[in-house]
Design a protein around this ligand. Structure first.
Ligand code: ADE
Length: 235
């Protein structure tokens, strides 16, 4: 099956509404809904905001459902002039920008992976599935970007933070889950994609824009996932 994780109700409810044969179970206080989306088996989880919630959800999903692919979906803040509200971002990789052991000589965002030798700053995504998402996205939307998603336990509403994330990591968007799901998928040897729609520009207007645009932006990811589900499943 395909695993889909969103933090908020608005990021998953449209997917669950489009599913057939649904069954919902809770593990670690997190609801997981199994069923079929566009005819293919999926499990959709609402993890709650933040890196720990998202990591816990991804670990449970891998253990309980063994999905062939996990997609982190939902909304994000756009970084850089060209990344506008309503645009889509398909992650080339993700970083956990607030993981910081620079004081003991390690690179910023260099996350450990249980001594596995897979320690890295750039948490990978799967190009096979990225290409499918990009193809279907291009067919229905303009404003599709491929770039770095920067993840941290902070709602960013500060242009200076955006500038730093762009300068340090080449980030085109920021949010609060994708990097930690990517981390768990790397550790758990599960292919991973990050798909986000921009709800705000993580600046002084960020709060108001998020409140105004999050639902519509979240719907864009949902529409794309419905369109691409079968191709992702059969790839
Ligand atoms: N999700 C959507 N917008 C965001 C922002 N500006 N910061 C963090 N997470 C977000």
């Amino acid at each position: 099956m395909i695993g889909i994780i969103g933090a908020m109700q608005i990021e998953v409810e449209g997917i669950i509404a489009a599913m057939t044969e649904t069954k919902t179970e809770r593990f670690c206080s997190t609801p997981f809904t199994c069923g079929k989306l566009s005819g293919v088996p999926v499990v959709v989880a609402r993890c709650g905001a933040g890196k720990v919630n998202a990591a816990m959800c991804a670990a449970v999903m891998i253990q309980r459902f063994a999905p062939k692919l996990i997609i982190s979906t939902g909304v994000a803040g756009g970084i850089g002039e060209g990344v506008k509200i309503g645009d889509l971002v398909i992650a080339t990789h993700a970083v956990q920008y607030d993981y910081d052991t620079t004081a003991i000589g390690e690179p910023k965002a260099f996350v450990p992976l249980g001594g596995s030798g897979k320690e890295t700053v750039e948490l990978p995504t799967c190009e096979t599935y990225n290409a499918i998402l990009a193809k279907y996205a291009a067919a229905i939307y303009s404003g599709v970007h491929r770039g770095v998603i920067a993840t941290g336990d902070k709602f960013v509403a500060d242009p200076a933070v955006c500038e730093a994330l762009k300068a340090e990591f080449g980030a085109v968007s920021c949010e609060m889950e994708t990097g930690s799901i990517a981390h768990v998928c790397l550790a758990g040897e599960t292919p991973f994609c990050g798909l986000r729609a921009i709800s705000d520009n993580a600046n002084d207007d960020g709060k108001v824009d998020f409140m105004t645009f999050a639902k519509d932006s979240a719907e864009k990811c949902i529409t794309l996932l419905k369109a691409a589900a079968e191709a992702l499943y059969t790839a």
